[in-house]
Ligand binder design. Sequence first.
Ligand code: COA
Length: 329
Amino acid sequence: MASERVLFLHSKNSFMKIIGTGSALPSLAVTNDMLSEILDTSHEWIATRTGISQRRIISHESLVELGVSACKKALENAKLEAKDIDFLICSNTVNNYVTPALSCIIQGELGANCPCIDLNSACSGFVYALDMAAAYLDARKAKNILIVCAEEPSKIVDWSARDTSILFGDGAAATVVTQGKKLKSIHLSTTCAVEPLYYQRKLEFNPYNKKEEFKPLVMNGKDIYKMAVNASVQDISKVMKEAKVTQKEISFYLLHQANVRIMETIREYLGEKEEKFPKNIHKYGNTSSATIPILLDEMNRGGQLKDGDLLVMSAFGAGFSTGACVLEW
Ligand code: COA
């Protein structure tokens, strides 16, 4: 039986602000029509049920290259160099290396020399990384922190399963945060619920144990859909209450880009305007923890954000883990 436990909730105008963003996507765009050549599906079904038209899939590049490229762009945007970074947090669900951590490999390629850590909170990883960064900045353990969300779900989906493979895409996005009172509130919660969404890694055979069974990615789409809507609506109202802000004051809601219908349902529950919910799911699909920082980077570079804008971010994913925050741009 799943039970919810709120892990961390604070709203002291945390000592954090975002000063740089960057993102990098694989060059190969896989359209719905391309998928309909290998699966019993159609552009019409995928577009109407999910809002996705295409996704980027890693072909010749590597996840490390994408992560490093996103970090370099974010550092440049923040007017910092790799040596200025005191801590590197990498949000990642799966990559070629079990060890060392992906953050270590990215750190080496960047030429940084700070401590590094990987974090796996599935699609909620960016908000968990922001929370961890805020705690380090609050404790004065770091001045500049680089968060990189680097994800390749294309390596865990079953490409013969039409209900899961159509949803995901690969990508990376980085964010530089430093000291400054811009984080107004943040809320994380984890409810142990493995069955709705899980993937078991294939491990070496242990001669002293029975052979383990292997299954490709398992997902109950309907359960995830309902859990996502309920959690996100609750999380958003919690963080807004904590931050003492009203809906009128919010410029944008940056939601995890999992399904356009999930986002629309959340928007309808909140009774908010469509233009406050930026979306890029049609181009990239669900890139796990990278969806929100990719969107943030596009908005930053597209000149859509102005000083003082209040942003709500809300993410949800396997675990079942969720996170939301209110921050000022
Ligand atoms: N193309 C065509 N038909 C498909 C299909 C596809 N790609 N995928 C599934 N179908 C079929 C199903 O087999 C089913 O057929 P049946 O009625 O003959 O059994 C039918 O379409 C309806 O499937 P259903 O599961 O009811 O669709 P849905 O409206 O729930 O949409 C999802 C399915 C996966 C798009 C939706 O549940 C979803 O997005 N859930 C959230 C998933 C998610 O975000 N996961 C990541 C969270 S971080």
